[in-house]
Design a protein around this ligand. Structure first.
Ligand code: PAF
Length: 283
């Protein structure tokens, strides 16, 4: 496995391989778990060369203490990537990507950037687009792999690709969960053992709401009942819990035929902000 810390070294390597090998790319912020490794495996299955980046991107954190507390486990990450058979790891310092001006560019992709995560984390998606664009330019991949746990991020990245990287294929991969349903997330390492068990309430609440919606209970009533049943604990602070149309991320107050929906949730569990989603599958 090759590990590069500078854009120059990475590009030198990439340019000598790009003509012979198709490149799959997995951007991450490290603290890797089985969800990330499933993206690496998918890329390895489809491409001759898999590149993973590990970079805790400062411009996508609207809260300085969240950035400071974000888990950093580089040596363990490199070990996991080597075991999984990743070919190249790119671990730049911020200056490599941003120079001396560590700032996000401002983008306007419409409502998709301003609702939900965009509303609760102002500037977050500008930071994500800025860094993903820089990483795509550095790695020049044929395809990129993102986890659907960050569903809104996937939509925003899909817009970036449509607008600026039309030849790049986006693979959105399923959320990987613990046996008890908790979605894998780097942030889970910050939960206490008790919080980890309580946090399964998010998955239970989404499933309960989905069941009730399918049984034609009014959508708001279904969501409120699920929140009351599974998240009624002072440890939880719900930021949003909604049914959305996955084409445009608009809140859905009724189910229309031939549309795709998902339940999305953001909820604080103690000091840790968790997000998750569940597609509404017709049965
Ligand atoms: O999902 C993440 O880990 C980050 O938002 C990403 C895509 C690596 C950009 O920093």
């Amino acid at each position: 496995m090759f590990v590069f810390t500078t854009v120059n070294d990475l590009q030198h390597f990439i340019s000598s391989h790009a003509s012979k090998h198709r490149i799959g790319f997995v951007p991450t912020m490290g603290a890797l778990h089985a969800g990330h490794l499933s993206l690496i495996n998918a890329s390895k299955h489809n491409h001759e060369l898999t590149v993973c980046s590990i970079f805790v991107n400062p411009t996508q954190f609207n809260n300085p203490s969240d950035l400071e507390k974000y888990p950093r486990t580089l040596s363990q990450d490199l070990k996991l990537l080597a075991e999984t058979g990743c070919d190249v790891v790119f671990t730049p310092e911020p200056e490599q990507l941003y120079g001396s001006d560590i700032q996000a560019q401002i983008y306007d992709y419409g409502e998709i950037m301003n609702s939900f995560e965009g509303a609760f984390r102002p500037g977050h998606f500008n930071g994500v687009i800025t860094v993903v664009k820089k990483l795509f330019e550095a790695v020049k991949p044929d395809a990129a792999y993102f986890g659907s746990k960050d569903l809104q991020q996937c939509m925003v990245v899909s817009q970036l690709i449509k607008r600026e990287f039309p030849n790049l294929k986006l693979h959105i991969m399923p959320t990987i969960r613990e046996e008890n349903g908790l979605a894998m997330s780097s942030r889970n390492t910050r939960l206490s053992d008790t919080e980890k068990i309580l946090a399964t309430g998010l998955y239970k609440a989404m499933n309960n709401a989905a069941e009730n919606i399918k049984n034609e209970v009014d959508i708001n009533a279904a969501i409120n009942a699920a929140a009351y049943k599974y998240l009624n604990n002072p440890l939880f602070k719900i930021e949003y819990f909604n049914l959305i149309n996955t084409e445009n991320f608009n809140v859905a107050n009724a189910i229309q035929p031939n549309c795709n929906y998902a339940i999305i949730i953001a909820c604080w569990c103690g000091e840790v902000r968790l997000i998750d989603n569940l597609p509404l599958v017709e049965t």
